[in-house]
Design a protein around this ligand. Structure first.
Ligand SMILES: *[C@@H]1O[C@H](CO)[C@@H](O)[C@H](O)[C@H]1NC(C)=O
Ligand SMILES: *[C@@H]1O[C@H](CO)[C@@H](O)[C@H](O)[C@H]1NC(C)=O
Ligand SMILES: *[C@@H]1O[C@H](CO)[C@@H](O)[C@H](O)[C@H]1NC(C)=O
Ligand SMILES: *[C@@H]1O[C@H](CO)[C@@H](O)[C@H](O)[C@H]1NC(C)=O
Ligand SMILES: *[C@@H]1O[C@H](CO)[C@@H](O)[C@H](O)[C@H]1NC(C)=O
Length: 512
């Protein structure tokens, strides 16, 4: 569920669920009768040139829109959502409408993604720019939509995400509680309302205020969860929905860890093969799997990260759990198609090269300045169950044993674990915990997954088919997280669908 980030602060650490509708549903589902919002639909959004201090591409226009913090108390305190628009190039006869792009995360900024699109960072088909106003709406708590603020000195404290003793477990829970309290104090009451249902209602309010026409949406990674939740709550508000890098919000936590660890492992093995043979790799000709094993062995006690200052940028030492977490982020893009992204296989190869030749481990160090990760944890804590009476030491030890038994290469560390284990002890319970999403739409949803995705495992993609009624599923056979930005056949199929509204044939398997 990694965010797709246009650029970010530093090297490696940058990152930058079918119940067929004919089947009886054996557990509760979300209320799918939600068709109206308690808002004044006469208010509209007007865009103006973006403030120059935001340093956004000049082709973008900016706007804000005020929404209630708590949608169940619509007359209560409000705050501003921030959004950008890249106007369609075509004249009114060829323009179709608005295309919302959400990059996932949790914690990813849609305004930043659309800025990247405006700058031509991503190889998207021209036809998309002609057909749509491309809209980047930062989800509440992110970017221009009252970004979550927390005490970074608490974030910097090192605790184990996989404690072996009661003492270490208590440290994890205590840190998570204090960190959450600091976020509440610095962010305000919004921190308690960052769940996906609230985010979807914000999107629906913005859609109505834009022109009240059915929207088009690309939801990438965690954004697929946004898209599925939106379509389940407001099925008539959408013209086309392309979800890419599917995440199921219905599996048990143990299954999520298993699925993501399997995805990470498959991708890492493919990386070993690539890094030991590709001419661009500094590790060409070497046994990369044994370098990986040596790195993890060396990290049994913390390693020096000399390029980090330990307070503002990244931690001054790095341990095995942090290496595993950061290496997964680097697997997001195989090749640097996304020119300014540093989360690529080449960066990971370079980081391993520096480790093995110079004892230099800085690029594996934990970022201390990554606001997207902060917001991501705060959001995850509302969308994923983390009750300490269930997530106790016995449970965490069993999960670790499970991971080490089935996935020794990655040891169980992955984004799901990072986020959910950072929530044990969080001051707020999950208000929108896992439940199957039931998506019944008149239009066809386009669902895309790649079989070697390092983050949103293909298993989630196949599983999500049980929750989508009217859908077409496309498999990309290949490496890397999501397909929309890769400029290949899959991206072409997605663009064609968004423009024509016609889904491709069912069950496509594509090579790029
Ligand atoms: C939708 O509304 C109808 C009529 O009020 C009700 O019978 C049904 O249970 C509702 N469905 C859900 C999923 O809440
Ligand atoms: C809706 O907003 C418009 C414009 O701000 C205002 O004139 C009108 O009174 C509002 N209506 C309600 C019911 O609040
Ligand atoms: C608008 O676009 C259509 C289709 O490309 C074209 O035929 C028409 O001439 C354009 N109109 C203007 C005013 O540019
Ligand atoms: C691990 O440490 C050994 C002994 O210092 C060193 O030779 C080796 O290069 C290190 N490997 C990595 C990947 O850091
Ligand atoms: C590896 O070291 C080189 C030389 O100092 C540096 O340019 C490069 O950025 C480092 N790689 C990573 C991933 O930090």
């Amino acid at each position: 569920m990694a965010a797709l980030r246009r650029s970010g602060p530093a090297a490696l650490a940058v990152v930058s669920s079918l119940l067929s509708h004919t089947l009886a549903i054996p557990f509760s589902t979300r209320d799918s009768n939600y068709t109206t919002l308690p808002i004044n639909t006469t208010t509209s959004i007007s865009f103006s040139p973006c403030p120059s201090d935001l340093k956004l591409p000049p082709s973008l226009e900016c706007a804000t829109y005020s929404v209630p913090i708590d949608w169940d108390t619509p007359s209560g305190e409000h705050f501003d959502l921030g959004l950008v628009r890249l106007p369609a190039r075509a004249n009114s006869t060829t323009k179709i409408g608005s295309l919302f792009v959400n990059p996932g995360g949790p914690g990813g900024s849609a305004t930043e993604t659309v800025a990247g699109i405006a700058e031509g960072v991503f190889p998207l088909p021209d036809a998309l720019f002609e057909a749509f106003d491309i809209i980047g709406l930062d989800p509440r708590g992110i970017g221009f939509s009252q970004a979550v603020q927390c005490d970074q000195s608490i974030w910097a404290e090192r605790v184990s995400w996989f404690p072996d003793t009661q003492e270490d477990y208590d440290k994890l829970v205590d840190k998570n509680r204090r960190y959450g309290e600091s976020c509440r104090e610095k962010t305000g009451p919004l921190l308690e309302y960052l769940d996906m249902v609230s985010i979807v209602k914000d999107h629906e309010a913005v859609r109505i205020a834009l022109d009240n026409k059915p929207l088009n949406m690309v939801g990438l990674s965690y954004g697929s969860f946004l898209g599925m939740t939106y379509a389940s709550l407001f099925p008539d508000s959408i013209r086309t929905l392309a979800i890419d890098g599917l995440l199921q919000h219905s599996q048990a936590d143990s299954s999520n860890s298993f699925i993501e660890s399997s995805a990470y492992t498959v991708s890492l093995k493919n990386f070993f093969q690539w890094a030991s043979t590709d001419s661009s790799s500094p590790l060409k000709g070497l046994d990369v799997e044994s370098i990986w094993a040596s790195l993890r062995k060396n990290a049994s006690s913390p390693l020096s990260a000399s390029a980090c200052d330990g307070t503002t940028n990244c931690a001054s030492t790095v341990n095995a759990e942090e290496i595993l977490w950061n290496a997964q982020q680097a697997l997001v893009f195989k090749l640097p198609q996304i020119t300014s992204s540093l989360s690529t296989w080449g960066t990971l190869a370079s980081a391993l090269f520096n480790a093995t030749t110079r004892g230099e481990y800085s690029s594996f160090s934990k970022r201390l300045d990554d606001h997207a990760q902060m917001a991501g944890v705060a959001m995850a804590c509302l969308d994923w169950a983390h009750d300490p009476s269930v997530f106790d030491l016995e449970y965490l030890r069993a999960k670790k044993h499970m991971a080490q038994t089935f996935f020794p290469l990655t040891g169980g560390q992955c984004q799901t674990v990072f986020e959910v284990h950072s929530c044990i002890g969080w001051p707020y319970a999950a208000s929108n915990p896992q439940a199957p999403t039931r998506v019944e739409t008149d239009f066809t949803v386009l669902a895309v997954a790649s079989d070697a995705d390092p983050s949103t495992g293909y298993t989630w993609g196949v599983g999500a088919l049980q929750e989508l009624g009217n859908k077409v599923f496309v498999t990309r056979k290949g490496d890397g997280h999501t397909s929309f930005f890769l400029g290949g056949e899959t991206a072409g199929v997605m663009a064609e669908y968004l423009i024509t509204g016609e889904a491709p044939e069912r069950g496509l398997f594509l090579e790029s």
